[in-house]
Design a protein around this ligand. Sequence first.
Ligand SMILES: Cc1cc2nc3c(=O)[nH]c(=O)nc-3n(C[C@H](O)[C@H](O)[C@H](O)COP(=O)(O)OP(=O)(O)OC[C@H]3O[C@@H](n4cnc5c(N)ncnc54)[C@H](O)[C@@H]3O)c2cc1C
Length: 284
Amino acid sequence: MKNNAGDIKILYPLSLKELGNLCEEFPDALLFAGGTQLMRTIKEDPRCLISLNAIRELTRIRRKENYIEIGSCVTLSRILSLGENVVPIALYKAISAAVGPSIRNTATIGGNICTISHISDLIAPLVLYDARVELRTLSGIHWLPLLRFIQTHEKTGIVAGETLLVIRIPLEEWDMQTFIKTDIIHSPKLSVLKCAAAVRTNKNSINDLRLVFGGISPIVLRSRELEGILIGDKLPLQKKSIDLFCSELTKLLETKKEDFLPHPYHFGTAIRFTRYFLSSLNTG
Ligand SMILES: Cc1cc2nc3c(=O)[nH]c(=O)nc-3n(C[C@H](O)[C@H](O)[C@H](O)COP(=O)(O)OP(=O)(O)OC[C@H]3O[C@@H](n4cnc5c(N)ncnc54)[C@H](O)[C@@H]3O)c2cc1C
């Protein structure tokens, strides 16, 4: 299917096979889903756009016992409509806080990820849950951890010929999960902060602890080494354990400070958030 808006050719493939053929025929074409991000960042009119919205495989949601798979063109509203019992809480909170209802009806999860910038609020919670993405590249279809996708694409952006197909999010039991987003600060340097955290306990000791921060560059920061510090610790956590954890976090953030969290308010809030999250484990 195609449509000509002025001189811009807009193509609407109905299957992944058709998409593949069109990508070969029009290698410079820009892909879009909801178009909410593309329309506000595009600098000059593209000659050819390919809409992903009519490809049925990309609008499916499949729920299994241990994971949920969400097609890249599923809208944020549709994900929220699944409810907090299905959508992991930190992701649910991030979507609710990201954009207003009118944009949520059009904006997609895949578009949010493929924006690959500090704007994308869904990346931190998805990395928190160890989400994986299915990617179609010129060399075929493969799965990779979202964190690796972000790390490898942060500088280049999505590469021509690549399509994000599906996002797989493991469904696990957590005792506490949360997400916060602070206001963007524009001056003297652009700065943002998002924090996502989750913890699981077993017989009153910490079994799994995850912390992901969103900033400017890198877009997300997660340290397995840091997360490992408190594994096995009994609740209630001792003050000295929380102090040690926060001092290691401070050291980690200091190595990235200038580019990652340029504003001191965001730097301090990341540490305050972590202290608050860990202390709240003691109160239930
Ligand atoms: C007023 C306004 C406020 C916003 N505020 C926020 C905010 O607070 N937080 C936030 O996270 N976002 C925000 N956004 C950005 C945007 O709405 C969301 O990130 C949205 O999820 C993008 O989805 P989309 O489907 O519209 O993406 P599109 O605009 O269609 O695409 C975005 C980019 O991803 C590429 N792309 C899309 N899908 C695929 C795919 N499957 N495979 C390969 N490449 C793909 C496109 O080529 C494009 O480069 C805002 C947008 C607007 C207009």
